[in-house]
Design a protein around this ligand. Structure first.
Ligand code: ADP
Ligand code: ZN
Ligand code: MG
Length: 492
């Protein structure tokens, strides 16, 4: 998908795209940023509200300490420099879901600046700069559906009003829709590892606005950008960027000028549409929020927060490759979620051969999960189960074929490996040498040509014989044992 999507862009060597992303992430605090209302998603409309988040005049905002800690932790994970003093500011605009008429955000003195995310692209790595990370409150939500005469009404739900957000603004360092996709994937992964957000895009816990322009390749000056708003999946963002880049190139090539504007993406049509132009652009009249003191996160507090910073995905992958002798591909798969990585490490430490555990997860578990549409958290076979099965193969107690059959049973029955292994009467692969010898003799007798080849020095033919014996024993035999047996017979 990425290559075909990107190809019209890649093929156009005359222009290059410039992309900068603004990502909003909802922090997982129990209460809102300036009041003690619950942040719970899905409660009946306007039940998590109070005079502060309803925007009544008079009551004062009180900053949520946990929100500051979460925002700071995220900033640290994104390699940002923390500003010891940052300032909350009023961003003024009118919108029905914003009863105060302003949003409390941060402007010229944000919580954190000068970060970066390292992305993997074309086999190499690239640093995408993070300009700033600031704190702000969310607005409410307009509801256009669910009324008896739906077309006539719009409702306002203010449960979300005052929910804490961080906004992460990237430098215009992103050079293709694929890089944007990769940046978002890594960003989400890092935030999930810090556990300051669930990054659930369906519930709006992670939202992305994409700024994009094109310029003649080699030109230093940026072209005029358009901002694509409210795209609700990373895949759609990539698609929207592909479309938007092609559209802008088209405009320029046909003698026109790209105008600075906000556009919306229609994922059904795969097109972006103009929402408002620069003439209607907002002048937010930012000024320092008079009801809040400057936010001070001093060195001591920063050190306390830094202590809670977990090992981050990229570092973890490198360590796991070293610790368990697994490939980079294995490491990526096994760190897909922190849950999976934790489980794997727990299992791998206990297993005789961690590499085999990794192979089984990649080769036997993930495919079966995918076929059933299950997430790793829903796997009938736990990591401990995988480790136990790996040990049985390692010890030669069961064969690879038997393991596959047992895994199938686990998925059929929805039970973990140790349970099914028990239920099946602790099967063992055949180590009955006399039965195997008989099969081996038959195979050797039936294939004189291969015997001749082997004896003439083509030792690799042994593989053929092992395969034949395995097949005849219906995968129940130990390949190593067969190998030894056959070697003895063929050499003798
Ligand atoms: P605005 O004032 O319009 O919000 P900013 O300078 O704050 O613009 O940048 C918003 C986002 O747009 C940032 O992520 C930035 O990297 C990106 N950006 C800025 N200029 C361009 C451009 N010409 N092309 C693409 N992205 C851009
Ligand atoms: Zn409230
Ligand atoms: Mg801006």
């Amino acid at each position: 998908m990425p290559t075909t999507l990107d190809s019209p862009v890649a093929a156009n060597t005359k222009y290059e795209p410039v992309i900068g992303l603004e990502v909003h992430v909802q922090l997982l605090t129990a209460t809102k940023i300036f009041c003690s209302c619950s942040t719970r998603f899905g409660n009946p409309p306007n039940t998590n509200v109070c005079p502060v988040c309803l925007g009544h005049p008079g009551p004062l905002p009180v900053l949520n300490k946990k929100a500051v800690e979460f925002a700071t932790l995220a900033a640290m994970a994104l390699n940002c420099r923390i500003n010891e003093t940052s300032i909350f500011a009023r961003k003024n605009y009118f919108y029905p879901d914003l009863p105060k008429g302003y949003q409390i955000s941060q402007y010229d003195k944000p919580l954190a600046e000068h970060g970066f995310i390292e992305i993997k692209i074309n086999g190499g790595t690239k640093k995408i700069g993070i300009t700033r990370l600031h704190m702000e409150e969310d607005a409410g939500k307009s509801l256009h559906e669910g009324f008896p005469d739906s077309s006539e009404k719009t409702g306002i739900d203010l449960n979300r009003s005052g929910v804490p957000l961080i906004e992460i603004v990237s430098e215009p360092d992103i050079a293709s829709p694929d890089e944007a996709y990769e940046y978002l994937t890594r960003l989400k992964e890092i935030i999930l590892y810090t556990a300051v957000s669930d990054c659930n895009m369906e519930e709006g816990s992670l939202r992305c606005d994409a700024n994009v322009s094109v310029r003649p390749r080699g030109q230093e000056k940026f072209g005029t950008k358009a901002e694509v708003k409210n795209v609700n999946s990373f895949r759609f963002i990539r698609e929207a960027l592909v479309y938007e880049i092609a559209r802008q190139i088209d405009v320029i090539e046909s003698g026109g000028k790209v105008v600075q504007e906000t556009r919306l993406y229609n994922s059904n049509e795969g097109k972006t549409y103009s929402m408002r132009s620069k003439e209607q652009a907002h002048d937010y009249r930012y000024f320092p929020e008079p009801d809040l003191l400057p936010l001070v996160v001093d060195a001591n507090w920063q050190a306390e927060i830094r202590k809670t910073l977990p090992e981050l995905p990229e570092a973890r992958r490198r360590r796991m490759m070293a610790d368990y002798g697994i490939t980079e591909g294995d490491a990526y798969t096994l760190t897909l979620t922190k849950f999976l990585a934790d489980q794997f490490e727990e299992a791998a430490k206990a297993a005789k051969n961690p590499k085999r555990v990794a192979n089984l997860v990649q080769g036997e578990l993930l495919g079966r999960l995918k076929a059933k549409g299950l997430e790793i958290e829903q796997s009938p076979i736990s990591m401990k189960g995988v480790a136990e099965s790996a040990d049985l193969v390692e010890a030669g107690t069961i064969s690879g074929k038997m393991l596959k059959d047992l895994y199938d049973l686990c998925f059929e029955r929805g039970k973990d490996f140790p349970v099914v292994y028990e239920e099946e009467g602790r099967p063992k692969q055949s180590t009955d040498t006399s039965a195997l010898e008989k099969i081996a003799d038959e195979i050797i007798a039936a294939n004189p040509k291969q015997v001749e080849q082997y004896r003439a020095g083509k030792k690799t033919v042994i593989g053929f014989f092992v395969g034949q014996v395995m097949k005849a024993s219906k995968g129940q035999a130990n390949p190593q044992l067969i190998n030894e047996l056959l070697t003895k017979k063929l050499e003798g």
